[in-house]
Design a protein around this ligand. Structure first.
Ligand SMILES: Cc1cc2nc3c(=O)[nH]c(=O)nc-3n(C[C@H](O)[C@H](O)[C@H](O)COP(=O)(O)OP(=O)(O)OC[C@H]3O[C@@H](n4cnc5c(N)ncnc54)[C@H](O)[C@@H]3O)c2cc1C
Length: 452
């Protein structure tokens, strides 16, 4: 692609950031606070990526991410500093698992509730205690951000292989499957023993916060303070003929090019391969090796209340083929839902998300409603509207060997010369906190390299 005629060696900005998800926005905000200009280019017509929400007929819908666990310390304190202190509220943390049409309720992070949790037999509970004690004993080896050789040993097997070999199918189906559906949007066959142990290690201290006005409020506020250009899909990044500068080419309806000293790519890593010109082959292989599960989220508004439900409801795969998790949004804040009505956000299980990804919205809604109606009879009759959101790169899957590959990839990126930097969840695992942190780090590093 050639540059347009208005192109000259005047830089458009210090840094161009690709992607206005939380990673790109965090990078832009950090740069702005340090007095460094940036332009954020976003392919879609809205800001926030997987951290976004929209209002529809008085309902506030989270389109992707919907919770802030306790551990998201940096992002939570950033949000509070932005002036949204009162918007972050702890939820009741109630969660249910449905099995054979029956609901089993437990409070997340409550060891006492665990002891009386009827979904599990006495033997299951003993197995869980063993697993929990084992996970605690592994200490720092479970830190997937700073892996050791012991960490790599723990990711030789998938979680499913490990649990079937050392425990039994009940732990796989009643514990591991809901955890992987909920936290990784995946399945235990596609994630490692390490990913499982690292997750259960923190379960007893887990608390969940929600954002009362919808996740999108934070990105929308950041957009007001930053130079974000929507509907600007970046199709190519190349070194400019003047050394040290980058040309960033936008396609779509209004193609144009930008010239900058530095570029931060804050998009899912497998997408980078299509954009960056002349990427070293080992780096391209590293990006290719990062696996994401696709994810479909459906929002279903109904004309009746469900006051007694749990916030998060997990479905076991032997009973239900389509949905993994059903969230009742009034638990995040009653103000998000018009009086007398309810909003359910249903997240499809990984195989169904894959199978139905290209299907029309109507077909997806039909399959989801059939599933939800089995749990809450009469639900479908009260439907006011439904919405479908598709995420081609929903969440990173930590398959056996992934943490080692990501570790190698981060080493390669640290050694990479030039002012091309990367941020986002693909460098570790999917979470808002990780995208936020990697965005801030990329901004700090690029300022250091540019001497700003
Ligand atoms: C259904 C679902 C539920 C989740 N729940 C939670 C949760 O409760 N808590 C939690 O912590 N995490 C959750 N996550 C994960 C979390 O949402 C993500 O890890 C995080 O939002 C990723 O942010 P990001 O900025 O790295 O990427 P993204 O949000 O994906 O942002 C990348 C942006 O780049 C844009 N882009 C891509 N290609 C281009 C291009 N060529 N040119 C310009 N722009 C481009 C995209 O349109 C997108 O806006 C969930 C994810 C999903 C899908």
């Amino acid at each position: 692609m050639g540059l347009d005629s208005s192109f000259c060696w005047n830089m458009d900005t210090n840094v161009v950031i690709i992607g206005a998800g939380i990673a790109g926005l965090a990078a832009g905000y950090q740069l702005k606070n340090a007095g460094c200009d940036s332009i954020i280019l976003e392919a879609l017509s809205f800001v926030g990526g997987r951290m976004s929400s929209e209002e529809c007929e008085g309902f506030i819908i989270d389109k992707g991410a919907y919770t802030f666990p306790d551990a998201h310390r940096n992002l939570r304190s950033f949000i509070q500093d932005l002036g949204f202190k009162d918007h972050l509220v702890p939820t009741s943390g109630t969660t249910s698992t449905f099995s054979g049409g029956r609901e089993y309720r437990i409070k997340i992070g409550s060891p006492m509730d665990f002891l009386t949790y009827k979904l599990l037999t006495g033997r299951n509970k003993r197995d869980m205690i063993k697993l929990f004690v084992y996970a605690q004993s592994l200490g720092k080896a479970l830190d997937i951000g700073r892996p050791t050789s012991k960490t790599f040993d723990l990711e030789r097997q998938s979680a499913a292989e490990y649990l079937l070999e050392s425990f039994d199918e009940e732990i796989l189906e009643k514990i591991a499957y809901p955890i992987f559906s909920e936290v990784f949007l995946g399945v235990p066959e596609q994630n490692s023993k390490l990913a499982f142990l690292a997750t259960i290690k923190n379960l007893t201290t887990f608390k969940i916060f929600a954002f009362t006005e919808g996740m999108g409020v934070v990105p929308e506020q950041l957009m007001k303070e930053l130079d974000v250009r929507l509907n600007s899909p970046v199709v190519k990044i190349a070194a400019a003929s003047r050394e040290g500068l980058y040309e960033v080419h936008v396609g779509g309806e209004n193609p144009r090019s930008y010239l900058a000293e530095g570029v931060i790519l804050a998009v899912p890593l497998p997408l980078v391969i299509n954009i960056v010109d002349g990427l070293p082959e080992d780096l391209a292989d590293g990006f290719r090796s990062v696996r994401y599960a696709p994810s479909i989220v459906t929002a279903l508004a109904v004309d009746r209340e469900y006051p007694a439900t749990s916030m998060i409801n997990n479905l076991l795969r032997k009973d239900d083929g389509v949905i993994a998790t059903v969230i009742f949004d009034h638990h995040k804040s009653p103000h998000r839902i018009p009086k007398g009505k309810s909003l359910v956000t249903a997240i499809l299980c990984e195989p169904a998300s894959r199978r139905l990804f290209a299907e029309p919205d109507g077909k997806i809604t039909e399959a989801v409603l059939e599933n939800v109606d089995k749990l809450y009879p009469g639900f479908a009759d009260k439907l006011v509207f439904s919405k479908v959101y598709r995420w081609s790169h929903g969440a990173v899957q930590l398959m056996p060997g992934s943490v080692r590959q990501q570790h190698e990839l981060r080493k390669m990126l640290a050694e990479l010369r030039g002012n091309l930097l990367f941020a986002g969840d693909g460098l570790y695992k999917s979470s808002l906190e990780i995208s936020f942190n990697t965005g801030v780090e990329a901004a700090n590093r690029i300022m250091e390299r540019l001497g700003l």
